[in-house]
Design a protein. Structure first.
Length: 534
């Protein structure tokens, strides 16, 4: 092609691009992706007026259509005259949309985008499954092995990067953290981690305008949630906390401001598939809010989240009523519930929902009693939760590594054992539950097929092969493995076991030869018993 012809063609292309940009700008649209992966984030960016208070005075939402499916997410103001609407497409194919607003520039924008199939690592949001468990939207099982990193989003970039790298190489697939910072000296002017941005605009760092959000603060939170999403970690986002103690007043904004904040968070983050909503951490320590207020806030979250992400609340001394219909699962802080077997099944019967023990004390060496249990004890509590058909959340609080606050790196011994446990639990094609929760407190699995028996602190030297007879008939055969849950070993027993009724007990079966399995006589041993196909 001659040079002058090439240059003329390039000039024409640039001219067409300019015309296209002018056309797009005339309708207020700054950016919108043409293709988005299923359960990804479609972001519509609009240019409008920032006269007055756009957080208060501008109403904006869009309606998204795909065949018989409709969503209507709200938009939010993102500063500098920019408004955004984020949407999570749930079906493949072409979606069309139209915006509605009381601001002329934002009203009546129409368009479409194409939703492509989800990638191999994208399973959608997590939802409740089979009453007591979880799975992704595509039906893939999700077992929450959570960890606690309350303040990781407020750290410097090197610490945040280290946190992501640590999570990549550890078993944790859910991270629990605060949406807004606690009042600490290190976060204010002159502190070692002086925050450049805060959640609200101010006239002096302690005189907040709760009607005006600071978009720059939330852009950091956007990035952190996205980074977790990219590595397959659920973001258990804590909306309220009591750790201001009145100094910043984020825990006593008043219900009108609380509701506005909730709506902003729903508009900004509900489109992220990896979001879980935790209304509060240690909610009863927030003296400005009672249970009726939490009811109102829960219902606001439920109404304004178009996708129905998981919702719960974390307790202190007073336990919120998890039976309320807007609560999807139990997020419990009650240490004694996992110090012994048998409590989790009781909680399942009370609430009829998944039980997540979201604080069970932390592995560490600090002075606070909640932060100085041994790694062995933490792993023991994880097993007690799992055997009861529940889930537990990890934390580490060493003087040398304050993971629960800052993230960064882990130095404890529990994560490797938790990963070993996670792999054992995942090695089956179904969700598991207590086998006979009223009489067999240390046994879970699937009756007739699979049994996991955890002896915990009992240092047994042998175990007679006896099982509940539920779903079992004479002649069923099994193989057995001895598991050292601390040493992380699995040793098969060189024997096949065949069951017959146990004489004098109509609820149990035994091995036909009255076999007894030799055990190593140490703590934290488990047995895995699996049916052999006939």
């Amino acid at each position: 092609m001659p040079l002058n012809t090439y240059l003329k063609k390039q000039t024409n292309m640039k001219f067409l691009k300019i015309l296209l940009l002018i056309f797009i700008s005339s309708y207020g649209v700054l950016m919108a992706q043409e293709e988005v992966e299923k359960w990804g984030v479609f972001e519509l960016v609009l240019e409008g007026s920032d006269v007055g208070n756009p957080f208060l005075e501008t109403d904006l939402h869009a309606v998204f259509f795909h065949k018989d499916t409709t969503f209507s997410p709200e938009g939010f103001y993102d500063g500098n005259g920019v408004f955004k609407i984020r949407f999570m497409p749930t079906r493949e194919g072409t979606w069309t949309y139209k915006t509605f607003s009381n601001q002329e520039e934002l009203e009546g924008n129409e368009g479409e985008f194409f939703c492509t199939p989800a990638g191999s690592e994208n399973h959608g949001r997590v939802k409740v499954a089979e009453q007591y468990h979880f799975e992704y939207e595509d039906g893939t099982e999700f077992m929450p092995f959570g960890t606690t990193i309350y303040e990781w989003t407020f750290q410097n970039e090197s610490t945040k990067a280290a946190t992501i790298e640590t999570l990549k190489n550890n078993p944790f697939n859910k991270a629990r953290f605060l949406a807004i910072p606690p009042h600490k000296e290190k976060y204010i002017d002159g502190g070692e981690l002086h925050l450049k941005d805060y959640p609200f605009e101010d006239t002096g760092k302690e005189d907040w305008d709760f009607t005006r959000f600071n978009p720059e603060f939330f852009k950091n939170l956007d990035e952190c949630i996205t980074r977790l999403n990219e590595i397959g970690v659920e973001a258990d986002l804590v909306l309220f906390h009591p750790y201001d103690k009145g100094k910043w007043g984020f825990d006593m904004m008043g219900m009108e401001n609380n509701l506005r904040y909730v709506r902003y968070m729903m508009a900004r983050y509900a489109a992220y598939k990896n979001i879980w909503w935790s209304l509060a951490n240690e909610n009863s320590f927030i003296k400005d809010l009672d249970d009726e207020d939490w009811d109102i806030l829960f219902k606001e979250v439920q109404e304004k989240d178009p996708y129905g992400h998981l919702r719960s609340i974390h307790n202190a001394g007073r336990i919120y009523d998890y039976n309320r219909p807007w609560v999807t699962h139990v997020s419990l802080q009650y240490y004694n519930a996992v110090r012994v077997p048998g409590v989790s099944p009781l909680l399942r019967d009370i609430y009829r929902k998944p039980i997540v023990h979201d604080e069970i004390n932390y592995e560490g060496d600090i002075e606070k009693r909640w932060g100085r249990i041994s790694a062995e004890e933490l792993v023991f509590r994880f097993w007690n939760a799992a055997i009861g058909g529940a889930y537990a959340t990890h934390g580490e609080s060493y003087e040398e590594s304050d993971w629960i606050s800052h993230g960064g790196t882990l130095i404890g011994e529990s994560p490797a054992r938790i990963e070993f446990m996670k792999n054992l639990m995942a090695d089956k094609p179904w969700k598991w539950n207590p086998i006979d929760q009223y009489y067999e407190l240390n046994m879970a699995g699937k009756a007739g097929l699979y049994y996991l028996i955890y002896f915990g602190e009992e240092a047994l030297e042998d175990w007679a092969f006896v099982l509940p007879n539920k779903e079992l008939k004479s002649g069923a055969k099994f193989k057995v493995e001895i598991i050292d849950t601390w040493g992380m070993t699995v040793v098969p027993v060189d024997q096949v076991f065949e069951v017959v009724p146990l004489e004098g007990d109509g609820y149990k079966v035994r091995d036909k030869d009255n076999a007894v399995i030799s055990l190593p006589g140490q703590k934290y041993i488990a047995l895995r018993i699996q049916r052999i196909k006939d």
